[in-house]
Ligand binder design. Structure first.
Ligand code: SF4
Length: 339
């Protein structure tokens, strides 16, 4: 498949060339590739300038993620230990009860999180699942936390139900560029993702959508993913950038680790092309180490997943995270809001 934007099967409100939401958009894959290939220091410097223009407080949003229904997923995502297709050690569980979820949400709030994300390993939830999730969303919302859910593919009416419960964000990642996607996932197609994202937008829920670095994609395909995200109209309000966690038993466990500076480049390109989005440094932070994380903040990352567990893989300890942010003089969004 050719790699021009025009050739990609994208039917989600593409940004009109006449009235781009981002001053520099729309973005071609070639233009994003040029960014990724620019000299590292110049790229980070440019991204930091864009960042300061749109986020003068320089705050870092802490988003906590709880797996409310783990494992047993019928999808075959090559990176995911929760898929039934891969021999991993993640057991399947039922949907957590409200008490357990609320206890985790209260802990997250006390630890400084401003957003609470609930993830369930479903291909697509049933209407009954969605009703149960709506109850959890209402309860978590009642604590004064922003809510986010990632539940798989949604029908339009299901998105409306979640919106009615007060869901602020729905996470549904594109993972990679459309021309690389079939290499990693065989049980659904790219357009399925775009359709759900369209239903989420139409229901008035904000979009959290990003991807993974290290799946085996080329740099050009990384550029393709960023262009895809940046050209949505509007761009996703949250853009998680994940560094592949190579979990034993998954088909991608043997992938070569990506140069950590490449993750910084991807963050910088996301910041420049989506200047008003929260760019979230997500899975795989532990592997990056503190120095690279600092560079990611410099390049425009202003949100992290926070907590001891990130769905089913490890995440830096809460205490270490807070210490790192203090050492870098980076304020936390929830605490800034209180001042
Ligand atoms: S990433 Fe999500 S959809 Fe894919 S296998 Fe894992 S839980 Fe299922």
């Amino acid at each position: 498949m050719t790699d021009t934007l025009e050739s990609q099967p994208v039917h989600l409100h593409r940004r009109a060339a006449a009235a781009p939401a981002n001053a520099e958009g729309p973005w071609s894959r070639a233009a994003v590739l040029e960014l990724l290939q620019s000299p590292f220091m110049a790229l980070v410097h440019r991204a930091q300038a864009v960042h300061q223009q749109h986020f003068p407080a320089g705050d870092i949003e802490l988003a906590s993620l709880l797996s409310v229904k783990t494992g047993g997923c019928p999808e075959d995502c090559g990176y995911c230990p929760q898929s039934i297709h891969h021999p991993t050690s993640v057991p399947a569980t039922k949907l957590m009860g409200e008490d357990e979820v609320m206890a985790a949400a209260r802990n997250a709030k006390e630890a400084g999180a401003s957003r609470f994300c609930m993830g369930a390993a479903w291909r697509s939830p049933t209407d009954r699942d969605v009703d149960k999730m709506a109850g959890l969303i209402r309860a978590v919302h009642g604590l004064g936390l922003e809510t986010c859910a990632t539940l798989g593919m949604l029908e339009p009416a299901q998105a409306q139900t979640l919106a009615g419960a007060g869901l602020d964000y729905y996470n549904h990642n594109l993972d990679s560029a459309s021309d690389f996607y079939p290499e990693v996932i065989g049980t659904r197609v790219y357009q399925d993702r775009l359709d759900t994202l369209g239903h989420v937008r139409e229901a008035g829920i904000k979009v959290c959508c990003g991807g993974i670095v290290g799946l085996g994609e080329t740099r050009e395909q990384r550029a393709g993913l960023i262009a895809e995200l940046a050209n949505m109209n509007p761009a996703p309000e949250s853009v998680p950038v994940n560094n592949l966690v190579r979990v034993e038993g998954t088909p991608l466990a043997g992938n070569e680790p990506v140069d950590p500076f490449e993750v910084v480049r991807v963050i910088a390109a996301a910041r420049i092309t989506m200047p008003t989005s929260r760019v979230r440094l997500s899975a795989g932070r532990r592997e990056l180490g503190e120095g690279i994380q600092a560079l990611c903040f410099m390049a425009g990352a202003n949100s992290i997943f926070y907590g001891d567990k990130l769905l089913v893989t490890g995440n830096p300890d809460v205490v270490d995270d807070r210490a790192l942010l203090r050492r870098l003089d980076l304020p936390v969004t929830s605490e800034l809001a209180k001042k």
